[in-house]
Design a protein around this ligand. Structure first.
Ligand code: FPP
Ligand code: MG
Length: 301
């Protein structure tokens, strides 16, 4: 029997490992303007749950892969996530002053440097993926599949597309399906990438990748609905950002469409579906993935 404490410890340990590696992920010998390095490092090391890289490692583990082989890809997804948050906070986008309880990148380094720090992190993610081949001998074909999927799921048909749809839809979203499109791409796609990439490193079969895709889609959507719920009823100090911001910005959310109770029920339903995808696919060690799905459903920040 494992408990919530076990998974909390697992998350803490994995996050610590990821942070140690992120800290040294930009080679010290690379010659670059100090302010750029500092701006990249500021947001990379600004905390956060490290959920996406943890999912990469947990998915590899679920299939009997070695987490250290998956580490460069785990770092890559956190670099992409971090760049997206830096750009999302910019005045031209959400114009936010705080993120994870700290001043946003452009508040510290200025708008132009924040844009460049985001650009550099996005580019560096692909460098990091390739290190899985250089350091652990992950086959070139697997790296090609991962690079292809990272380009797609973080790019125009993925996260960037979701963000563009969100921008265009502001105030104009009238149907739940439109909101679902935004969430699926803005948030789920990177989560889908994370679990599939971990699976790929561990040599997942086509069926196992399909199960991981369904798992990622469901927990990604559940994660975003939970985000909407927490914006309404969450604790500001735990979240590290002001609550009720969706209401203030008149953002259309899941609770706005179907109410808070139905939103909570939807999170539970999606979590069940995610778990089922994994349990029916016969993974050798699925425990951590399953616990992560439950943990996310119950999270308060
Ligand atoms: C919070 O993640 C972030 C999301 C729910 C995703 C939001 C997506 C965007 C802002 C996409 C932006 C894209 C572009 C191209 C600008 P989290 O709760 O894991 O945050 P944490 O890392 O702080 O824990
Ligand atoms: Mg934002």
């Amino acid at each position: 029997m494992t408990t919530r404490a076990d998974i909390a410890d697992y998350i803490k340990d994995q996050a610590a490992l990821i942070e140690r590696e992120l800290e040294r992920s930009v080679p010290a010998e690379w010659n670059m303007p100090a302010a750029l390095r500092e701006a990249m490092q500021y947001s990379l090391m600004a905390g956060g749950k490290r959920l996406r890289p943890i999912l990469v490692l947990a998915a590899a583990e679920a299939l009997g892969g070695r987490p250290e082989d998956a580490l460069p890809v785990a770092l890559a997804v956190e670099m992409i996530h971090t760049y997206s948050l830096i750009h999302d906070d910019l005045p031209a986008m959400d114009n936010d002053d705080f993120r994870r309880g700290k001043p946003t990148n452009h508040k510290v380094f200025g708008e132009a440097m924040a844009i460049l720090a985001g650009d550099a992190l996005l580019t560096h993610a692909f460098y990091s993926v390739v290190q899985a081949a250089r350091k652990s001998g992950v086959p070139g074909d697997t790296i090609a599949d991962i690079v292809e999927e990272l380009s797609r799921l973080s790019g125009a048909p993925g996260m960037v597309g979701g963000q563009a749809a969100d921008m265009e839809g502001e105030q104009g979203v009238t149907r739940l399906e439109e909101l679902e499109y935004i969430h699926l791409h803005k948030t789920s796609d990177l989560i889908v990438f994370s679990v599939k990439a971990g699976g790929r490193i561990a040599g997942a079969s086509r069926e196992q990748l399909a199960a991981l895709e369904r798992f990622g889609t469901c927990i990604g959507l559940a994660f975003q609905i939970q985000d909407d719920i927490l914006d309404l009823v969450g604790d500001e100090t735990k979240l590290g950002k002001p609550v009720q911001s969706d209401v203030k910005q008149q953002k259309v959310t899941y609770p706005y469409f179907i109410g808070i109770e139905a939103s909570q029920a939807k999170v539970e339903e999606l979590t069940r579906e995610a778990r089922e995808a994994i349990t029916t696919a016969g993974f050798p060690s699925p425990e951590r993935l399953l616990q992560l799905a439950d943990y996310l459903m119950k999270r308060d920040h």
